[in-house]
Design a protein around this ligand. Sequence first.
Ligand SMILES: [Zn+2]
Length: 85
Amino acid sequence: MEQKRLDECVQALNSRGVKLPCPRCGQKSFSIVAETIIPINDKPNVVAVGGPSIPTIIVACDNCGYITQHAQGPLGLLKEGGNNG
Ligand SMILES: [Zn+2]
């Protein structure tokens, strides 16, 4: 992830009060690992490429690796021309 984008993500999380420690180990240091999408699928046995999805950022605890995701939409992080969220 580019530094500019990383800064946007960090700022978005901070501005919304995302400050609680890791729910698994209690440490307070996290890293934004990557951006990804969560595919939305009404038919669990069918893989649909290019279907609807939720863009997210992946955040991992620096101590235990516990991973959480934040939808980009509420954080104002959706890229122009991107998917909805
Ligand atoms: Zn942890």
